[in-house]
Design a protein around this ligand. Structure first.
Ligand code: SIN
Length: 275
């Protein structure tokens, strides 16, 4: 039976049903859906930790996150955890993973382990759809720009008194030493489509611009990218595994389930330099 692919919104995202994650033929269809939709939610994936790692290795080399608490038995898997007595959620602001690295991660595979009874969805936004909705003149101006991204302000020593560090969900603030310069608009390495590559959590400023000039432009772009027509909403189910492309999308974990537990396992895959 061929896998069933159901789009989540006109801009991005698709659910995949009936996939056999050990089948090469199904992997071909999954990879095509990933290229077409930017983020896919594979339902009933039913993966163990070893199965999660084996499936991740089909996509490329694993890039171990420096800051997220690892799964004790499987240190290449990062935990994304919120306990009932926590108030902050990891990843609750719009961002794309690892943009502070010179060669940013291609994508992430996030597996639902323990879900709240309702809520805890993840929102995604298409950076290609957002870029294409800008005027040709504005796009031309953006095409010549580069921006700086950093891990320092997000995970460094100044953030040690946040709840996420105090509760041990984040660690190794001393490892937050990455700064990277990327084009503001990239050509996607797989699809060849143009898309915005700046994000509210890790981008610090436009190369060669003052903080004030940078902040005005970035704020305009962020408001634009958050428009509902460029987004989709993933409702997690037991057994769901999401795979998203960091070069094509932003994501945001909705923190709307106070008093409940949510545990996810994440594996991040190495990428390529962006142009
Ligand atoms: C993340 O930002 O990687 C986590 C997203 C989520 O928990 O939904």
């Amino acid at each position: 039976m061929p896998v069933e692919i159901r789009p989540l919104s006109p801009s991005l995202g698709a659910e995949i049903l009936g996939a056999d994650l050990s089948s090469d033929a199904d992997f071909g269809a999954i990879r095509q859906a990933f290229a077409d939709h930017g983020v896919i939610a594979i339902r009933n994936a039913g993966l163990s930790e070893d199965g999660h790692i084996a499936f991740a290795e089909r996509w490329g080399q694993i890039n171990v996150n420096r800051f997220f608490k690892p799964v004790e038995t499987h240190p290449r898997i990062a935990t994304v955890l919120k306990e009932p007595d926590h108030t902050d959620a990891v990843g609750e602001e719009w961002h794309t993973d690892h943009s502070y690295d010179t060669v940013p991660a291609m994508g992430s595979l996030l597996k639902a382990v323990d879900l709240p009874p309702v809520g805890g969805d993840t929102l995604f936004a298409s950076m290609h759809a957002a870029y294409m909705a800008l005027s040709p003149g504005f796009r031309e101006m953006l095409d010549g720009l580069h921006a700086w991204h950093s891990s320092r302000h997000a995970f460094g020593a100044d953030t040690e008194d946040t709840e996420k560090y105090r509760t041990g969900r984040l660690q190794r603030s001393d490892a937050a030493t990455q700064d990277a310069r990327h084009p503001v608009v990239i050509t996607h390495p797989l699809s060849g489509r143009r898309g915005l590559y700046v994000n509210p959590v890790f981008t610090t400023h436009i190369d060669g611009w003052t903080q004030g000039e940078s902040a005005s432009l970035l704020e305009y772009l962020y408001d634009h990218c958050k428009k509902p027509e460029f987004t989709c909403r993933l409702r997690w189910e037991e057994g769901t595994l999401a795979v998203w492309d960091n070069r094509a999308t932003w994501h945001k974990a909705l923190n709307d389930y106070q008093g409940h537990r949510r545990l996810m396992h994440r594996i991040t895959i190495e990428g390529v330099a962006l142009n």
